[in-house]
Design a protein around this ligand. Structure first.
Ligand code: ADP
Ligand code: MG
Length: 238
């Protein structure tokens, strides 16, 4: 059974349908990339999976359980945003442990989880710093660390690298791939960047205008794009 199933998901804002009947299956430990031009509905779809946005129609099923009416904190997911939204007055350690504190996790256990995430992300020397004393890449790692400490079954990333410069993006891509291996987790990653999609994905989902144009591995999409839009977007010669 797939870890995540989307069944005929529809989303309307007022009278405008922005997601128009999306069906998708995401398997355990898969790295799935949603790709498509700005405004095609990537973030809306991710936010519905996260429970941050309601669905207008259709079902979201995680590990066999219908999630439509389950709140974001109880879906077993963690989301990493483009704008890192760190708490400026808190240290790195407190930022990373904050959701655990809210959940009532005792201090020792919190610290242990934060230290483990910091080790994975190479943030150990920075635990006492405030966000303003960090580089962009370091802040992004703290944001990822906040997700890791919650030990989610599915990570959701919404364009996490788009605020970083080109060199750092390349480095973070490699780190995220390593993270995916080390954590053995399912990851859904939104980007409008074809290169990120082609290099990171097990499975690419190409979206346009609120519908899925094609789903496949990078090689499948490259060699067998279903139409000109996919070919153009993936950069294949068709
Ligand atoms: P993407 O992430 O692919 O750039 P979005 O999911 O942010 O696209 O947006 C998809 C469409 O939905 C866009 O036309 C956008 O204007 C619209 N939209 C997104 N959020 C809202 C909202 N809260 N209210 C009204 N329209 C929205
Ligand atoms: Mg978006």
């Amino acid at each position: 059974m797939a870890t995540l199933q989307l069944k005929q998901i529809v989303k309307s804002f007022d009278d405008t349908q922005v997601i128009k009947g999306v069906d998708l299956e995401v398997n355990d430990r898969e790295f799935v990339v949603f790709v498509g031009p700005s405004g095609c509905g990537k973030s809306t779809l991710l936010r519905m999976i996260a429970g941050l946005e309601s669905t207008s129609d259709g079902d979201i099923v995680i590990d066999g359980q219908r999630m439509n009416d389950v709140g974001p904190a109880d879906r077993g997911l963690a989301m990493v945003f483009q704008s890192y939204a760190l708490y400026p007055h808190m240290t790195v350690e407190d930022n990373m442990g904050f959701s655990l504190r809210l959940a009532g996790v005792p201090k020792d256990e919190r610290r242990q989880k934060v230290l483990e995430a910091a080790r994975i992300l190479q943030l150990e020397p920075l635990l006492d710093r405030k966000p303003k004393a960090l580089s962009g890449g370091q802040r992004q790692r703290v944001a990822i660390g906040r997700a890791i400490v919650r030990n989610p079954s599915i990570f959701l990333f919404d364009e996490p690298l788009s605020n970083l410069d080109a060199a750092l993006r390349v480095q973070m891509r490699i780190e995220l791939a390593r993270l995916h291996e080390e954590l053995d987790a399912t990851m859904i990653y939104v980007t409008h960047d074809q290169i990120e999609a082609m290099t990171m994905a097990d499975k690419i989902v190409v979206l346009q205008g609120g519908v899925i144009e094609q789903v496949g591995s990078p090689m499948e999409l490259y060699h067998h794009p279903r139409n000109r839009f996919v070919a153009g977007f993936i950069g294949s010669p068709k």
